[in-house]
Design a binder for this molecule. Sequence first.
Ligand SMILES: NC(=O)c1ccc[n+]([C@@H]2O[C@H](COP(=O)([O-])OP(=O)(O)OC[C@H]3O[C@@H](n4cnc5c(N)ncnc54)[C@H](OP(=O)(O)O)[C@@H]3O)[C@@H](O)[C@H]2O)c1
Length: 329
Amino acid sequence: MRAWQVPELGEPLAVVREADLPVPEPSPGQVVVRTLATAANFPDVLLCRGLYQVKPDLPFTPGVELCGEVVALGEGVEGFTVGQRVLGASALPHGGFAEYAALTAAQAFPAPASLDDAQASSLFIGYQTGWFGLHRRAHLQAGETLLVHAAAGGVGSAAVQLGKAAGARVIGVVGGPEKAEVARALGADVVIDRHTQDFVEVVKAETDGRGADVIYDPVGGETYQRSTKCIAFEGRILIIGFAGGTIQKAALNHALIKNYSIVGLHWGLYNRYDPSAVQQCHAELTSLADQGVVNPLVSERLAFDAVPDGLQRLGDGTTVGRVVYQADR
Ligand SMILES: NC(=O)c1ccc[n+]([C@@H]2O[C@H](COP(=O)([O-])OP(=O)(O)OC[C@H]3O[C@@H](n4cnc5c(N)ncnc54)[C@H](OP(=O)(O)O)[C@@H]3O)[C@@H](O)[C@H]2O)c1
């Protein structure tokens, strides 16, 4: 089969190379799928760079999130049928940027009929992270103000839609006028272009000086530090990621003085510690997708040959929504 592989670490465009590989055999507890679509995620870029918390042996095939058609079931797998359309997280080293991929059955779910393959491939990591972050960790309430950084990006666009679905007032921060248009179209009530505006000042002005109740931060570094200047009394800052490249340190005296919470989220751990909650979340997301409330933003559908370039642009911070490898293109 055709597959992209990472044989050495570095920038995606430099290290993602084509390989001719055998179709993976399912290990016990796995399903193997014919790849229909694979959404590029920032963790794919971090995997290429060797900067992700998971460090698979080289070479591996990236593509952490996908939609595929089940072709083989491993020992002990129940509840799936050959031919079924599923979505979920890949089991590395057999990631989704290949004609066939492996998934741990416990992290594979029926793909909603209301979503096409590319959208279905984008419903898992970003939306589950948004749902667990906003609801389980930050307890977002209707009527509260939610500030989302990188609001036009993969996890950010999901957080905007889920925040609106929860009845929050959503303020999105983005880099540049095109991304601002995207964030508006996603439903953000207020959009801030960080290239030309100071988000701290705008958030204070929009909240009569109170600040945002929940801040969703996939960027980190200076973005986190500035966020502490516009977090409300009893606000919650969700630590989602460090796409800006700097892992910040927190001033705990400031959290005490202003009475806010710094809330970490590693969504993947719920698969280990509370898998039934992941299932419930998928059911909820499927229902929201069927109602059209959740509508994954697929900005590009890439042919196989375009995958390394798409990953590089994601890493460079210039993509919006999800850039997706679609197998039939
Ligand atoms: N905690 C969890 O469980 C979890 C789960 C999934 C993903 N994540 C993390 O969430 C983050 C976002 O992932 P994603 O796939 O959705 O990516 P993404 O948000 O689509 O892309 C990253 C965005 O970050 C912003 N950014 C700011 N400074 C940047 C820089 N120096 N380089 C690149 N981007 C920069 C850019 O948006 P603007 O220009 O609009 O600011 C860019 O579009 C990643 O750090 C990822 O590891 C965490």
